[in-house]
Design a protein around this ligand. Sequence first.
Ligand code: FSO
Ligand code: SF4
Length: 551
Amino acid sequence: MSMFCYQCQEAAGGKGCTIRGVCGKEDSTANLQDLLIHILKGISIYSVEAKELGLKLPKVDHFVMESLFMTITNANFDNDAFIERVKEAISLRDEVRAKAEKTGASFEDLYDGANWSGESEEEFFAKAEEIGVLETEDEDVRSLRELITYGVKGMAAYAEHSYNLENGDQEVYDFMQKALAATTDDSLTADDLVALTMETGKYGVTAMATLDKANTEAYGNPEITEVNIGTEDNPAILISGHDLKDMEMLLEQTEGTGVDVYTHSEMLPANYYPAFKKYDHFVGNYGNAWWQQKEEFESFNGPILFTTNCIVPPKKDASYRDRIFTTGAAGLDGATHIEADHNGKKDFSQIIELAKECEAPEEIEKGTIVGGFAHNQVLALADKVVDAVKSGAIKRFFVMAGCDGRMNSRDYYTKFAQELPDDTVILTAGCAKYRYNKLDLGDIGGIPRVLDSGQCNDSYSLAVIAMKLQEVFGLEDINELPISYNIAWYEQKAVIVLLALLYLGVKNIHLGPTLPAFLSQNVAKVLVENFGIAGIGEVEEDVEAFMAVGS
Ligand code: FSO
Ligand code: SF4
């Protein structure tokens, strides 16, 4: 079986994975994911038309969103889950087509994904050989179609978290389907697709703003917090991923059971929310970014709950293999998946029971790290920050949001943070922070030099902060601010964050450790010429070049 995937930063050889994913994705899983996307595009062709005729399709909205999320890098490695999804997708597609036709729509010369049907696993695998990313022959059109699709995947992840908090966004659902359908339209020119890429950024901003609202309405505004990174003596559960609703349910259900809760990787920012701080058994954060899970899950000793990516498939002899649970869009062959009931409630009792039989976590470090600088907290300190900029105490801000990853070249970001002059402040979000959040970089008049606003979706907070500073300083253009952007990317949520920043007018973003494999030379050229997108180079030269801007 062959495969082709180039959606993340680890794409083999900087080109694409063709035998097995560097992420651990099997060729069979990659093929099922491609087939699912193929049918989702078919569903979208019908749903766009049906919605124009006035139909409401909440089932489609949720199905398309959740399915997109399942195909994100490191989210789901469970073939059975994808086989089931493809079957459901085919039946939902046919249902939507029938509904649209009843309302008067007619369809001709349709995209294959809008017509093709199969029932068995064998048929699915045979079909998957014919479709996928490479079926678009023109390299530039393919590049733009994939850039849009990956942006929409990232958007779907954020929209799903909002949905779980009963904060849906109809325009975001509609756009995801419109964009998927547009990637099948051969009449669209490269210019049309560039315009659609920008529109993807626009809806990315909406999706992140909605999630910010959903999270803060439910759990309060993140506040400055010293997060414990040591351990206690009780058995415990480690929760990873991004879904705060899952976090809430786990804390509620573990209360009074004698089982503690720790966050891992992207769940760290849960520690900053007032609603979660009230739980005494919520001890703190254990370990580092997702890619260090193999060692850290061994020493944690207790069960691990993945609410989203990033999962690293465990080795066959990994001691923690049987301690892994997944929920939502996450999935792993052999792990127990916890489904929500029809009210969205999840029963985590089997995880809690398992935890009680496990040893307490082994302490791997001690101390605290500071975070919680989302927009509300930073704006509460606005006078102090503005004064520090006016007096020259803060010379420049560096937005270093995004992802961490296992490539050695990501050392660049640790060294870059160390090399930055003392009169600079790092604004971060996402798991990228683990490259420098335990370095003691000090503070500037009480303002820490690393301000962590939260998860990758909280990059939205960084944009709000920038827009507020623009207003305070009375600047016409956001790019006149003393802010540089040196962003680390890994998967498709970082793609939507990037497109959102471009939509907001941010220019000269540096992206590393490598540029996306899915950017063709011509598409990369458009991004360089219109937005000043650049890669990274050597640490010292880059720091010097960034500091020279505007001085
Ligand atoms: Fe990281 Fe993984 Fe948040 Fe991503 S844990 S890499 S961009 O899933 O979503 O930052
Ligand atoms: Fe390769 Fe990334 Fe695709 Fe995994 S998600 S198969 S590492 S390009």
